[in-house]
Design a protein around this ligand. Structure first.
Ligand code: CP
Length: 316
């Protein structure tokens, strides 16, 4: 059985080009399961997956749950607000207690960067990062890559513009790392207050001019302002932000003729993207969501033989 080279999926940084290709090829093969009359295969029968979400989520949480069900896994959805976390139990103690119930895979979203890495080191289960603070969101990058590759036939050589609040976005980091690794030309663009000075080190070209980012782009990826992570006012107003960095039909004329528009969601219409663009034929935002299920099925399947690889603790 094909599998990923490591026990956990924690970041795009850790993945080789071969790992990324394996996930995308597997996801492509698994896509048709979601269009069957009976959307279920026995690939994860007898395996247990815990979904550990400490932050809100619509797309990631739902698509992991559907992916697990379509692979016939037993699942447990852990809600931090209804757990003993509210009584002061730490992340590590929570994870150790859940781990004692022998899950095979733990999917975690957490507001702290590195939380999934901590669990990966401590747990025998495979750990999947479903978004950690401002660090990474690897399965989002994989589903974005699947969407682009399905529609364009390749990733190599494409110009991909990622526009918005780059500083606070884990999607911007994971997407830049992945698309650069796969040979695309990645541009990031946003107000200078919302683009880290060292972002070029991830392989991106950086500009604060939206027209320059969009010029000749094959893919235009819009990101929302991550207001929940901003500790100060980085922009004068939403109206001014839209004037300078909002995606309008007019601005899309600078992109290539057959360019596509993407957005990982949640979208703020009228702030970073005009409604007419979000709903246009060239918008593939809902394709991204559909591909999220197949991508997460692929990740879970490719990790399902990896749990328990760490040596058991020595008997006392
Ligand atoms: N793209 C994404 O992570 O969306 P959710 O926060 O709704 O999961």
């Amino acid at each position: 059985m094909a599998s990923l080279s490591q026990k956990d999926l924690l970041s795009i940084e850790q993945l080789s080009v071969d790992d990324i290709r394996l996930v995308l090829d597997t996801a492509e093969a698994l896509k048709e399961i979601s269009s069957r009359a009976v959307k279920k295969v026995p690939a994860l029968r007898g395996k247990t997956v815990i979904n550990l979400f400490f932050e809100p989520s619509t797309r990631t949480r739902s698509s992991f749950e559907l992916a697990e069900k379509r692979l016939s896994a037993d699942i447990l959805n852990f809600s931090a607000s209804a757990s003993s976390v509210t009584k002061g139990e730490t992340l590590l103690d929570t994870a150790r207690n859940l781990e004692a119930m022998s899950p095979d895979i733990i999917v975690i979203r957490h507001s702290s960067a590195g939380a999934p890495h901590l669990l990966g080191r401590e747990c025998r289960s495979s750990v999947v990062n479903a978004g950690d603070g401002m660090h990474e969101h690897p399965t989002q990058a994989l589903l974005d890559a699947l969407t682009v590759r399905s529609l364009k036939g390749r990733l190599e050589g494409l110009k991909i513009a990622i526009i918005g609040d780059i500083s606070h976005s884990r999607v911007a980091r994971s997407d830049t790392l992945l698309f650069h690794k796969m040979g695309a030309e990645v541009w990031v663009c946003g107000p200078p207050t919302l683009v880290p000075a060292d972002f070029h080190l991830l392989g991106a070209r950086v500009t604060s001019l939206m027209e320059e980012a969009i010029e000749g782009a094959d893919v235009v990826m819009m990101l929302r302002l991550q207001n929940e992570r901003q500790k100060e006012a980085f922009i004068p107003s939403a109206r001014e932000y839209f004037t300078l960095y909002g995606l309008s039909r007019e601005r899309m004329r600078g992109a290539r003729k057959n360019a596509i528009v993407m957005h990982p969601g949640p979208m703020n219409r009228g702030v970073e993207i005009e409604s007419e663009v979000a709903d246009a034929d060239y918008s593939v935002i809902l394709d991204q969501v559909a591909n999220g299920v197949a991508t997460r099925m692929a990740v879970l399947y490719l990790l399902s033989g990896k749990s328990g690889l760490k040596p058991a603790r020595k008997p006392r």
